[in-house]
Design a protein around this ligand. Structure first.
Ligand SMILES: [Zn+2]
Length: 463
């Protein structure tokens, strides 16, 4: 299946808009506060025995048997468990409340220029490519400045905030090994992916988590004042949904969406959190963190048989959390039609029954038909519709409170165009996906298998 996808992708022409330069890149990327020149270029790789990109892709594409990720690691410590019940004061708002209330989208950007490995798909070009595409699509134009607010976040998450979902020994252990990373230039923390660390990884991951929390704080603050708050998007890296409580995994360092979920509960009193994860891979880390928690519903769609091999339909939660984990593996080739049916027949009824206080989204864009790390056929149009539908769902169920968090997405053009379409959907603007997608390279979806998968999951969860 992966080979077949490769043939299709090579044939694709990947058309896109002719975009013009503008202000956003100049205004936004430097305002993150970590100029790229400070990082990256000074780093050189140690001569590790590294998998090539092609072998990385192969592993991600067919890693169905690799579910033994609970092996020991340098971060193991049996006596330290995640903090419980601690809360922190709300952050100061970075924009005036009236401005916030009038906006349609509020976003932060943590490009993590200091966390990079040349040739690795999870690289420093990802968020900066998105920012450039937003700029070129005109989102920084004067006429739209009221609608799109960029949060200039300078604060990292605290250790306590991250340790709400991760083992304290892992959080502190990662900081501790930065010295070793400085000496050796590059460390491999986890062989799945693999997940790497530079001397700046701890700092960058903490910024990513902090930028995630800032977006959530602003969306919640706006929701106290208006029934139509802006949708939030944390454009952050490294991604988070594979990171497990005790260690990093699968390109992911800290579970940004999970940290935000706990923060929503403890700081804002939003007890019932509904997480939608449409990354092409199963978010095993988020899954594990809330597996026994009845107040956090984790719903993942992902490609069957993909990395990391978890996320089967019978993984439904345990104990008091039984029934609040929903895993829907989709057959290879699933695309726009499949996800449309999944949204209507699975996501909507599951969310309606759960009655969330906030919806958080693990927004991975690696299910795009151009992405080489998997074999689904989402398009920019699919992501536009998903964003529009999820925003509507949040409006119907939880006062419009909704935040997206960047996960995967490794074809830079597909990733950037899809996030731009996501922004258009949030703002209620017309989709331009028909100028971005190339239907000539989309093949028939496996509709019989998709129907079977939807019927099965509806039966298991009594939807
Ligand atoms: Zn992914």
């Amino acid at each position: 299946m992966a080979a077949a996808r490769g043939v299709v992708m090579k044939a694709s022409a990947s058309p896109c808009l002719t975009l013009r330069p503008g202000l956003l890149r100049q205004r936004l990327v430097p305002s993150f506060g970590i100029p790229e020149k400070e990082f990256g270029s000074a780093l050189s790789e140690r001569s590790y025995s590294m998998p090539s990109l092609s072998s990385v892709s192969a592993r991600w594409g067919d890693g169905g048997s690799n579910s033994s990720y609970n092996s020991g690691s340098i971060f193991d410590s049996p006596n330290l468990s995640p903090l419980s019940g601690q809360s922190r004061a709300k952050r100061e708002l970075l924009v005036p409340l009236p401005t916030l209330v009038d906006s349609k989208v509020i976003f932060s950007a943590a490009p993590a220029f200091g966390h990079n490995k040349e040739g690795h798909p999870e690289c420093k070009a990802r968020v900066s490519s998105i920012m450039k595409a937003l700029d070129q699509a005109g989102f920084a134009d004067e006429s739209r400045s009221r609608d799109f607010l960029h949060l200039d976040v300078k604060n990292m998450a605290s250790v306590e905030e991250v340790a709400a979902v991760h083992n304290m020994s892992y959080v502190k252990g990662l900081k501790k090994i930065m010295e070793k990373a400085r000496e050796e230039k590059l460390l491999i923390l986890d062989t799945t992916g693999p997940t790497y660390a530079t001397e700046n990884t701890y700092r960058e991951a903490m910024f990513g988590a902090g930028a995630s929390l800032a977006v959530l704080d602003h969306v919640v603050a706006a929701s106290r004042e208006t029934s139509t708050p802006p949708v939030g998007f944390a454009l952050v890296r490294p991604p988070g949904h594979h990171a497990i409580p005790t260690r990093p995994m699968g390109f992911c360092v800290f579970g940004n969406v999970a940290v935000a979920a706990r923060h929503a509960q403890r700081v804002h009193g939003l007890q019932r959190v509904f997480i939608i994860d449409f990354d092409v891979h199963h978010g095993n880390g988020t899954n594990d963190m809330f597996y026994e928690d009845p107040n956090v519903y984790y719903l993942s769609t992902h490609q069957v048989g993909g990395f990391p091999g978890t996320g089967k339909v019978d993984e439904v939660g345990e104990g008091r959390g039984e029934g609040t984990t929903l895993n829907l593996p989709l057959p290879g080739g699933s695309g726009d039609e499949a996800m449309g049916a999944v949204f209507d027949e699975v996501i909507v009824p599951a969310a309606q029954r759960f009655r969330p206080d906030i919806i958080l989204v693990s927004a991975g864009y690696d299910a795009h038909y151009l992405d080489e790390l998997a074999g689904l056929q989402f398009t920019c149009g699919t992501y536009y519709r998903l964003a529009s539908q999820i925003k509507q769902l949040a409006g119907d169920l939880c006062a419009g409170r909704c935040c997206f968090f960047l996960e995967g997405g490794y074809d830079l053009k597909a990733l950037s165009n899809s996030v731009v379409e996501t922004f258009r959907a949030f703002a209620g603007e017309k989709s331009l996906a028909n100028r971005l997608d190339n239907p000539a390279v989309i093949y028939d979806e496996p509709s019989i298998l998709v129907r079977r998968a939807i019927d099965e999951i509806r039966s298991i969860h009594s939807l």
